[in-house]
Design a protein. Structure first.
Length: 212
C-alpha cells in the first residue's frame, strides 16, 4: 500500500497524533528557526511563541538539536516522492526528455515551495550543523537511489539522455538548480521573475545540460 502523500510539513503535523504541547513547540520552532536561524533562537522564545513552558519543550525534546531534527527528518524522508507509483504513472505519460524534465522540475518545486520554511532551515543548517549534513547525505545516498535509478531509467528510455549522466549527477543538476532558485527567491528576490517563467528557464537549462 502506498503511504499517505506528504504534501507539506504543516499539513503532516496537523494530522499527526501527538500532544498539543509538542505540536505547538514544533510549529513555533519552524517559524522562528526559519526567520532568525537555529542559533539565533532560544528555547525561551520558542516556549513564549508556542504558549507553553520550557519544561514542556524539554519534556518532548531533550535538546534544541532534537527539536530541529524533529522538524527536518519528515521533510527529508519525503525529499524523493514516496508516492512513487503515482509519480511514475505520471512520468509514463511523457515520451520525450523535455516533457519529463519539465514534469520533474514542476513536481519537486511544488514540494519545495510547500515546505519552504523547513527547506530554508535545512539549507541554513547544512552550512554549520554536521549532524544535519550527515542526515542529508544519508537521505541522498540510501535506499532513495532505487527511486533515482528508476527515474534515470525513464529518462534513458527517451534515447535523448547523455550517456555519462548517472543518478548522482541527476540529483546535483536538478536539485542544484531548484536549490539556487529557492535561495534567490528568498534572499535576492530581484533576480526572480515569477515561478512560471523561471521554472521554464530552469527546465530548459537542465535539458540543455543532460541532452545528447
Amino acid at each position: 500500500m502506498e503511504p499517505n502523500i506528504f504534501s507539506t510539513y504543516r499539513d503532516w503535523l496537523e494530522h499527526e497524533k501527538m500532544p498539543k504541547g509538542k505540536k505547538a513547540a514544533l510549529v513555533a520552532a519552524v517559524e522562528l528557526f526559519s526567520d532568525t536561524g537555529f542559533d539565533g533562537t532560544s528555547t525561551v522564545q520558542i516556549a513564549e511563541k508556542a504558549g507553553i513552558s520550557q519544561a514542556t519543550i524539554f519534556k518532548y525534546f531533550h535538546t534544541k538539536q532534537d527539536l530541529l531534527l524533529a522538524i527536518v527528518r519528515p521533510v527529508l524522508a519525503n525529499f524523493f516522492p514516496r508516492y512513487r507509483d503515482d509519480f511514475f504513472a505520471k512520468m509514463n505519460q511523457f515520451d520525450t526528455l523535455p516533457e519529463l524534465i519539465r514534469f520533474i522540475v514542476s513536481d519537486r518545486y511544488q514540494f519545495v515551495a510547500g515546505n519552504v520554511e523547513v527547506i530554508k532551515i535545512l539549507f541554513m543548517e547544512m552550512m554549520s550543523n554536521e549532524e544535519i549534513r550527515q542526515l542529508f547525505g544519508k537521505t541522498v545516498a540510501s535506499n532513495d537511489f532505487q527511486f533515482l535509478s528508476e527515474m534515470l531509467g525513464d529518462l534513458k528510455r527517451t534515447g535523448q539522455l547523455r550517456d555519462d549522466i548517472d543518478a548522482a549527477g541527476l540529483v546535483r543538476i536538478i536539485g542544484g538548480q531548484i536549490g539556487v532558485y529557492l535561495v534567490q527567491s528568498h534572499f535576492v528576490p530581484a533576480m526572480v521573475h515569477g515561478d512560471q517563467r523561471d521554472l521554464q528557464l530552469i527546465s530548459d537549462q537542465i535539458i540543455r545540460t543532460i541532452s545528447k
